[in-house]
Design a binder for this molecule. Structure first.
Ligand code: NAP
Ligand code: F7E
Length: 314
């Protein structure tokens, strides 16, 4: 089996590459090859075949599709930082929305039997219309990121219905790991807790501490992606733990783990607040449990503790 992963160098792309290589797949990864290399998440995977391309460039996507001749395509590439999407809304739309359309179109032209996975997101629920959120919950995105992802989500469904493609969307809630980008809140907190406990940093400046997130481990979530493409029929699935915790709770757990009182070190600043916030996310993963036999293995505290342990060693 051959797989193509866009965003192969990111958090999820690296764990998915590992999973597929372990299963004996030949794995191709699209990467952007910027002037400053961003391949550190996959440098330990020499078997991963990295091909240069960009989701804003149809020609490069077509060339990669032809070269890799994939049985499965996982579209994980994205401008994935929600806060930046207000600063660069057009670019975010180009990569996350039109980028997905370009990949779907390349599949239609060159690999029509390839199965497709779209990295949809709980950010599409935004201002939530139902608690907990499930596959049938109405969408209400609250950022240019969420709006772009909603376009990609519906375009995937449209290509499935129009062209009979085996195209599935995973509506994934927040998932974290030691490979999470440093600007995301869990990694920022874990890094700060470790550094403050070693006296290498003196404070942690955050934005809004009230939002609640349903967080899982990226390793568990990439397994769900693969399971979706092994089903006879394509479909859409919520992937979540069903539990939610505020950012403040996460800060508290991380600082307690390094024997510190978070209130002595955390300050809030407007700089990290958003023009519109997503206040509460909590998913109902019943469908994935029933149809994919998928269960998360890590708890939220284990994830945060693993992230701190890794920072401590560094
Ligand atoms: P990530 O670590 O930010 O990885 C994103 C990847 O996309 C990177 O490898 C990045 O490569 C690549 N990329 C960015 N712009 C690109 C472009 N113009 N052309 C091609 N590739 C580009 O994100 P992640 O956490 O692994 O998430 C994977 C996917 O799931 C994303 O689509 C994200 O939006 C979605 N998602 C994530 C979560 C979550 O909680 N992690 C939840 C739901 C959905 P460079 O570094 O080279 O730019
Ligand atoms: O923010 C609050 C912030 O940036 C989480 C992406 O993977 O998951 C991720 O998006 C919450 C927000 O992730 C800071 O306001 C407070 O309420 O870690 P985050 P996100 O926006 O939830 C979804 C599912 C995706 O699809 C995305 O690609 O934390 N918060 N203070 C802060 N957030 C950050 N980043 N930094 C702060 O200082």
């Amino acid at each position: 089996m051959r797989a193509l992963i866009t965003g192969a160098t990111g958090q999820d792309g690296s764990y998915l590459s590992e999973l597929l290589l372990q299963k004996g797949y030949e794995v191709y990864g699209m990467f952007t090859q910027r002037a400053t290399p961003s391949t550190r998440n996959v440098d330990h995977l020499p078997e991963l075949k990295l091909l240069k391309g960009d989701l804003t460039d149809q020609g490069s996507i077509d060339a990669i599709m032809k070269e890799s001749e994939p049985d499965e395509v996982y579209n994980l590439g994205a401008q994935s930082f929600v806060k930046s999407s207000w600063d660069i809304p057009e670019y975010t739309g180009n990569v996350n929305a039109l980028g997905t359309l370009r990949v779907l179109d390349a599949i239609r032209k060159y690999s029509p039997y390839a199965r497709f996975y779209q990295a949809s997101t709980s950010e599409m629920f935004g201002q939530v219309q139902e608690v907990p959120q499930k596959e049938t919950t109405m969408f209400y995105p609250r950022s240019p990121y969420g709006v772009a992802k909603l376009y990609a989500h519906w375009m995937t469904i449209n290509y499935r219905e129009s062209f009979g493609m085996h195209a599935s969307c995973g509506i994934l809630f927040n998932h974290e790991s030691p490979r999470r980008g440093e600007h995301f809140v869990t990694r920022k907190i874990a890094l700060a807790a470790a550094r403050i406990s070693q006296k290498k940093q003196h404070e942690l400046v955050l934005g809004n501490l009230d939002p609640q997130r349903d967080i899982g481990h990226a390793k568990d979530y990439v397994r769900a992606m693969w399971l979706m493409l092994q089903q006879d029929d394509p479909d859409d699935y919520v992937i979540a733990t069903g539990e939610t915790h505020s950012i403040e709770e996460m800060v508290q757990v991380c600082f307690e783990y390094v024997n510190l009182d978070w209130k002595d070190y955390v300050r809030q600043d407007e700089e990290f607040m958003r023009p519109a916030e997503v206040n509460l996310l909590v998913g109902d993963p019943s469908k994935a449990k029933e149809k994919l036999s998928w269960e998360p293995e890590y708890t939220w505290k284990e994830i945060l503790q693993e992230m701190i342990d890794v920072e401590m060693k560094k």
